[in-house]
Design a protein around this ligand. Structure first.
Ligand SMILES: [Zn+2]
Length: 450
């Protein structure tokens, strides 16, 4: 009779007594990063400080801490920032030079989350192309909670699209919800809620006239039903007119740039008033045209190491370059990129929340890990400051994921998800690529002394 109770009690006793302070690898060991140049993600200027980490959290930010019984690492000359958060990616379907449903395995998902981690990205939000296996057997919960190695994963589950669409190049969309009318939305939303999605994803785009666009009545129903469940809605968008309607109808996040024209003051005002966030995914638009030639990063090891096998070779074939250049959409894509760059500056000036997202993982050229760093460079090219770009990749993206109570900034009490760089990105934003180490909840997952 007593056995079922007794065993857990004995185990509890051992758990309490064996994790003592003498164990060098114990989670309780204090780690002090001394003399770091800190960029805390809040938008505050860089400052010199020590960072104390205990049990995975930041417990002090000052230079007079007690170093007794602590592991002390001197970070003089290094810059520490919060690990990045990418709020628009696709996970699991890309492998080599193809993106398809067969690639979507636990192994492939884990591999990609490890890659993000190597690039200093410790949270990603997968935007609506996930598949049931992610949600089976607590796999998703373990990834979301950071119990498995690699970046933590949040998911939009399965997104909403139109009934009959020739999907553009990208992740497989065979499982998406495709309501024929607003009346079909509530039942589909019930089905989606079984996956506990972080956001609901909708596509509102005619893809340059190649597809039918979602009816306004349908996306109104999606927004309404999602909000009943307290889940925010992220819209794939391209045109200003669609953005205007979506914002008026209560959308929470625009998941791409407005790319057909410059955004006007009226929409800026309404986005601000409705607290609509914006994820520009500038790299997506750059990658649509960059490989017509040889972009400056093509032989950079930081880029090459992030590539799926075969992609480097693919990019170097004359065929691929010709395909990009002679794409009937090429001129449209060039304009889209210009509009995206101009619009992000207007959106930033209007004080609208902008978060990092790239669409990385949707296709072989949207390279996971590299894209996130390139996105910051494009934000700076668009006229934002490096400090703004870093807040976008940290604090702001955390707000979009609604994890900013624990992540996204380096403040006392927050989880110690840190990126250590050998050079200061405020002097050159490309210095985010000079990664010395990555700490996930206070544990080195790249670099460090152990
Ligand atoms: Zn996407």
């Amino acid at each position: 009779m007593y056995k079922p109770l007794l065993l857990p009690l004995i185990l509890l006793f051992f758990a309490c007594t064996s994790g003592g302070n003498n164990d060098k690898a114990a989670v309780g060991k204090k780690l002090i990063l001394k003399n770091a140049t800190l960029i805390d993600g809040t938008g505050a200027e860089a400052r010199q400080t020590d960072i104390t980490i205990e049990r995975g959290k930041i417990t002090a930010l000052n230079s007079t801490v007690d170093t007794a019984e602590a592991e002390v690492i001197d970070l003089s000359g290094k810059t520490v920032l919060p690990a990045f958060i990418s709020a628009h990616v696709h996970i699991g379907t890309l492998k080599g030079t193809s993106a398809n449903a067969e690639n979507y395995t636990r192994k492939n998902i884990l591999r990609q989350l490890q890659n993000y981690q190597q690039y200093g990205i410790l949270h990603v939000l997968s935007m609506g192309t996930d598949r049931p296996l992610l949600f089976a057997n607590q796999f998703y919960d373990s990834l979301k909670n950071g119990q498995l190695e690699g970046a933590r994963l949040f998911s939009a589950g399965i997104g909403f699209h139109v009934p009959d669409v020739k999907t553009p190049a990208g992740p497989p969309m065979d499982l998406l919800y495709r309501p024929k009318s607003a009346a079909e939305v509530p039942a589909l939303m019930d089905s989606l809620m079984q996956y506990k999605p972080r956001v609901v994803k909708i596509w509102v785009d005619d893809f340059g006239g190649s597809a039918k666009k979602m009816d306004r009545s349908v996306y109104q129903a999606v927004i309404q039903e999602a909000h009943k469940q307290q889940v925010p809605v992220v819209a794939h968008v391209y045109n200003l007119a669609d953005a205007r309607q979506l914002v008026a109808d209560g959308v929470d996040v625009l998941g791409h740039s407005i790319r057909d024209q410059l955004v006007d003051d009226e929409l800026l005002k309404q986005m601000k008033a409705n607290k609509v966030a914006y994820i520009p995914t500038l790299t997506l638009d750059e990658f649509a045209i960059a490989y017509a030639g040889n972009p400056e990063w093509i032989n950079d090891p930081f880029f090459k190491q992030a590539l799926e096998p075969g992609v480097y070779e693919m990019l170097h074939t004359a065929d691929y370059r010709t395909k990009v250049k002679e794409d009937p959409q090429y001129a449209r894509n060039v304009r889209a990129f210009q509009h995206a760059l101009a619009n992000v500056q207007r959106i930033a000036q209007a004080g609208i929340l902008i978060g990092l997202g790239t669409d990385s993982g949707a296709s072989p050229v949207r390279v996971q890990g590299f894209s996130e760093h390139r996105e910051l460079q494009l934000l700076v090219e668009a006229g934002l400051t490096p400090l703004q770009a870093i807040s976008i990749a940290t604090q702001n993206a955390a707000k979009i994921l609604r994890i900013d109570d624990q992540y996204g900034t380096i403040e006392k009490g927050k989880v110690a998800d840190l990126l250590v760089l050998s050079a200061n990105p405020l002097t050159d934003i490309k210095n985010t690529q000079k990664i010395e180490g990555v700490l996930k909840a206070g544990k080195w997952v790249r670099g460090g002394n152990d």
